[in-house]
Design a protein around this ligand. Structure first.
Ligand SMILES: [Fe+2]
Ligand SMILES: [Fe+2]
Length: 397
């Protein structure tokens, strides 16, 4: 961190910064401008006392991303103070330490998000903390001003706190959202500084990291048309969202979605040949509709060529077209994600499925199976008994 000894007004912005994004930087800049701050110190938290530290990215990565972001503004800086402090870290200690580095009588501002204000009273020594610094509260979009004002009033009355509210235009960015977008391979350009975007990509942060799967992704992509690969990416995104919503394993959801259609574009003759060689049982209905076989073949490719051994994943791939009796949570997630992924065309009942997907999974899967059934009947093709068994099972739930 640069020398602060000539600084008269310093603002400290603490945070997990996992990762830092333009919302943080815009808030810091607004405070700097409003109070004529000489230096804004971004302070990545060590082991955040209010967050589960296991779920937080390595300190060094968070520090380096924050440093990269700070490099874009000569009045911004980053400090390792809280990262290097052993044990739990407290804001009051940080403020004292920064004060000691500044000019005598320097004013310290603490930049806080609106949702943090209500927690200040439960921090270590709130009375002392609020006597040492002013608090600049940057309001976040969608935050209830009523509760914010009452929290601010409480801190003023109780501790004589100097608190200022800075309203920011709607910057609806959150670190959680950014991590989720990276996991789903959605762009984060313009949400974080370019250097941070590059760092995340280079270090493979927030992604499922597995070298065999990286190789598998390339294979799946190269074996599919552009349209089918786009669909696969859509199924990956939707499966990850559904897995999170219903508490399923996101890794398994990702692997199942990645492989689910990897043999979809194989010629029908080749599908039958593959099944004969791999001892995959082909019933009469499948013989007439070899497309149904792609689910079984894709599962076999995942097992045989990419060592996917997990039965739950392999079954989800196997039954993603027809469903089956007693479907597992992962079966349902993949079958539904296949039908409602964001790039999917509407083959009927799409809006209905989407409306139920995140509130009533079983109902959404039934609508999905019924819509497939309708489509099959329209084409005068026989319905596979697995689908009928799946529907019966789900309707009973
Ligand atoms: Fe499929
Ligand atoms: Fe699919």
């Amino acid at each position: 961190m640069k020398d602060l000894s000539s600084c008269k007004r310093v603002a400290i912005m603490g945070g997990t910064f996992d990762p830092i994004h333009h919302g943080h930087l815009a808030a810091a800049e607004a405070v700097r401008h409003r109070f004529g701050i000489d230096r804004v110190v971004l302070m990545p938290a060590g082991r955040p006392p209010h967050k589960d530290s296991d779920a937080v990215t390595q300190s060094e990565d968070r520090y380096l991303m924050t440093a990269l972001a700070a490099a874009g503004n000569p009045l911004f800086d980053v400090s390792r103070m809280e990262l290097d402090r052993p044990g739990a870290s407290y804001t009051v200690d940080t403020v004292k330490e920064v004060m000691a580095m500044c000019q005598r009588k320097a004013k310290i501002y603490l930049i806080s998000g609106a949702d943090t204000v209500e927690h200040i009273k439960s921090w270590k020594n709130p009375q002392e903390l609020l006597s040492l610094c002013s608090v600049a509260v940057v309001s976040r979009p969608g935050y209830s001003f009523k509760s914010l004002h009452s929290n601010i009033k409480h801190l003023k009355d109780e501790y004589g706190a100097k608190i200022y509210l800075i309203e920011m235009p709607a910057l609806g960015i959150s670190s959680t959202e950014i991590r989720d977008r990276v996991l789903k391979r959605l762009p984060i350009k313009y949400l974080v500084p370019e250097s941070v975007e590059q760092y995340i990509a280079k270090q493979g942060l927030y992604r499922i990291n597995d070298s065999i799967l990286d190789e598998a992704e390339l294979m799946v992509q190269s074996s599919l048309s552009e349209k089918r690969w786009r669909h696969t990416l859509g199924v990956i995104q939707e499966s990850l969202s559904l897995a999170r919503a219903y508490g399923a394993d996101q890794y398994k959801a990702y692997v199942a979605a990645l492989f689910h259609d990897c043999s979809k574009e194989m010629a029908n003759d080749d599908k039958l040949k593959f099944c004969a060689e791999a001892n995959i049982k082909v019933d009469d209905i499948m013989k007439k509709q070899p497309d149904l076989l792609h689910s079984f073949i894709s599962a076999e490719i995942a097992r045989r060529d990419y060592s996917v051994k997990d039965k739950e994943i392999l079954n989800a791939i196997r039954y993603h077209t027809t469903g089956r009796k007693e479907m597992t949570l992962l079966d349902k997630i993949l079958l539904l994600a296949d039908c409602i992924e964001p790039y999917r065309e509407d083959y009927g009942h799409l809006e209905e499925m989407k409306a139920e997907a995140y509130s009533n999974l079983n109902k959404a899967v039934v609508i999905c199976l019924e819509s497939k059934l309708e489509y099959t009947k329209k084409k005068n093709k026989p319905v596979h008994p697995l689908s009928l068994e799946a529907m019966d099972g789900l309707r009973g739930l």
